[in-house]
Design a protein around this ligand. Structure first.
Ligand SMILES: [Zn+2]
Length: 320
């Protein structure tokens, strides 16, 4: 009897002490994820991603309009895919350096599943009149797809290919095939609801590994060509499973891992203080005397940090 009561009061306490935001997050939002798989014979590997919350967070932080949301979202997914291909503590920066009205799109992803990013022009909102389809490619324009891989050694590795269409998915596929010499099929997209808010975002990467037989490659190629459009698959109730069955058909495969993905910035007041400390003393004095402080907004997440006269005074003193 006593034991029963103890158990009951204990579980009551546990219920009370579960942080409310956590409950809210799990039930309302769900967590983005990437599932890594390999065909049973080891000749093909595929990643499938749910990036809905990642892109939704990016849209909320940057207040992007339709074309800007889709362009930034696709680039965030592209860098999640590239980071998933790396090991250890590696950072991948993707710079879509187009010449059209969206401006540059910059994203940074790491091997721990976090990604941050921004689009220079958050206000592009162009749709086809007939279908309402959100247009991206023409507003990225021509330019370069630049990938910077930082293994933490202080010598980041730069690799660049021209933009093929500005639709990001095709540009990433071309980059992987050209610079990494790995035949790759990519599908990624962001779907918006009638209010232009993110409805679903995700994608897949399929790669041919060394040792794949010619007839196997033909079989996979045929299936990829015949698979429904990525937008249709993303509309499925469980798009992760829909993508996997579209990629593998009836072929046996193994799930290697399931990892969480999220939009998260690593900025802090301390980081910006370091950036301020690299400014010339005269600039800092001007900020102190004329502006009576400084305010810095992080490009990647729009967080704003305030530095008062005392903060600036300390930086100036350190320089004397
Ligand atoms: Zn930030």
């Amino acid at each position: 009897m006593v034991r029963g009561r103890t158990t009951k009061s204990l579980s009551y306490e546990i219920l009370i002490f579960v942080p409310l935001p956590f409950l809210f997050y799990v039930t309302i939002k769900g967590m983005d994820k990437i599932i890594k798989t390999i065909s049973e014979n080891g000749a093909f590997r595929a990643y499938v991603l749910d990036s809905t919350e990642t892109v939704r967070t990016a849209q909320e932080k940057h207040q992007t309009l339709a074309s800007s949301t889709v362009a930034l979202g696709r680039t965030l997914i592209a860098s999640q895919i590239l980071a998933a291909n790396e090991k250890g503590d590696t950072k991948i920066t993707v710079k879509v350096l187009g010449t059209s009205s969206l401006g540059a799109i910059i994203t940074v992803a790491d091997t721990k599943g976090t990604v941050k990013g921004y689009v220079q022009n958050s206000g592009v909102d162009i749709k086809k009149t007939a279908t309402g389809e959100v247009l991206v490619g023409p507003f990225v324009g021509n330019g370069e797809f630049l990938v910077i891989t930082d293994y933490g050694t202080g010598n980041p590795y730069h690799s660049m290919t021209p933009l093929v269409s500005g639709e990001i998915g095709e540009d990433l596929a071309f980059y992987l095939t050209e610079s990494q010499q790995t035949p790759s099929a990519i599908g990624l997209n962001v779907l918006l609801d009638t209010n232009d808010k993110v409805k679903v975002a995700g994608g897949f990467l399929l790669q041919v590994l060394p040792g794949a037989k010619e007839e196997e490659i033909t079989r996979f190629e045929k299936r990829i060509q015949e698979m429904p459009a990525i937008s249709t698959l993303l509309e499925s109730e469980n798009h992760i499973e829909a993508l996997l069955s579209a990629i593998y058909g009836n072929e046996p495969y193994k799930r290697l891992s399931e990892e969480e993905l999220r939009f998260q910035c690593d900025c802090s007041k301390e980081r910006f203080l370091n950036a301020l400390s690299s400014l010339p003393k005269s600039d800092l004095e001007e900020m102190r005397d004329e502006d009576h402080g400084a305010e810095i907004t992080c490009q990647f997440c729009q967080s704003t940090y305030h530095f008062d006269e005392k903060d600036l005074e300390e930086l100036i003193r350190d320089k004397s």
